[in-house]
Design a protein around this ligand. Sequence first.
Ligand code: COA
Length: 381
Amino acid sequence: MTATPAPGEGALARGLAGVVAGKTAICSLDGDLRYRGFSIEPLARAADFEDVAFLLLHGELPTAAEHRRFVDQIRDAAATLDPTVIEALAILAAREPGASPMDALRTGVSMLGLLSRDDTPGPHDTLVAAAERLLGQVPAMLAAWLDLTAGRPVAPWPNGPLATALLERLTGRTPAPAAITAFGATLVLYAEHEFNASTFAARTVVSTGSDMHSGVVAAIGALKGPLHGGANEKVLEVLGAIGGPERAAAWLEEQFAARRVVMGFGHRVYKDGDVRAKLLADLCRTLVHGTPAEGLEGLAARVEQIMLERKGLRPNLDWPAARVYHALGLPVKVFTPIFVVARMSGWTAHIIEQIGDNRLIRPLSLYSGPAPRTYRPLASR
Ligand code: COA
């Protein structure tokens, strides 16, 4: 039996930092962030979620007719969420009303996989169709979970593009145009980000020949963690814990002394700042201008200043996203699930890309356990 020789210490890249683990045609991060070649700035300012999700899944921007059809398709998938899933979520909500909506989504996607008999990678068109259904099913599950845990009947899914419909379902109000613009921009900015941890988890799962829903379940689990998508919920806790700009320096020094990371800062890839954070911070300032939520901007600016001076760290996308969601009146527990809704487009595009040109993802490890030793049977121990 021959095996690949064990790697030496020099081969070790902790956390896979700096490792190029595969090729992708979906997204690039070299200097500018681009989705399929298009710079993120015009997309964040002018595209809606359907424009971007279509681009990620199909490789090209939709025509006006394709865009209309895509909006309807996502809306129909949301409006016709399998009642069995709603019934199962209702049982779980009655038993654990305080459970995380992330756990509800992870469980719900797993149920959708079972109900659709998703047991094979399948042909390209089938995969795209399944991805398109998930784009509507998942936001509908999120809204249903909120209704069920609040003891309300599940409301119908509204007409219109995803950003408008989801915002209406999450707030219970018809959203204002400025709210839709800011919320839609967060969906566009959260939609895709190359080989991040959740996307890589999804690609790893389907690289074994497993199905799309299993890949998405793994991705939701990975996104939940506070070093990844969970950070946007923690950011609001940070702002609340500091309380005001005059307390920022003391609070941050405490975190540094305890070697705790400050949520919403730093990034594995962007070391000179996250282009998405800059774009969304601008939109956030416009959204909150003249509203009570404007109060958080001064505190955020002070924290940014200290983080840069003391640590050389700049904000990532979760830093302004939390303030936008707060300004829109959304409860903190839906911040990361909204990230799931948006990133579903990127995850499924990557799953389809991985399946289309697959090689099993299986890295090596550097052994650090006991030296070789001899087994003694139970009776002689
Ligand atoms: N607050 C305080 N210190 C931080 C920090 C933060 N948010 N992010 C990184 N650092 C520190 C690290 O602890 C490390 O310090 P050390 O050299 O004394 O050990 C140094 O900066 C370099 O960190 P780096 O290796 O570049 O971080 P990473 O690539 O391993 O981790 C993150 C990247 C995103 C996990 C990390 O920045 C982090 O935990 N950020 C907060 C969570 C967050 O906002 N996540 C969302 C990411 S989009």
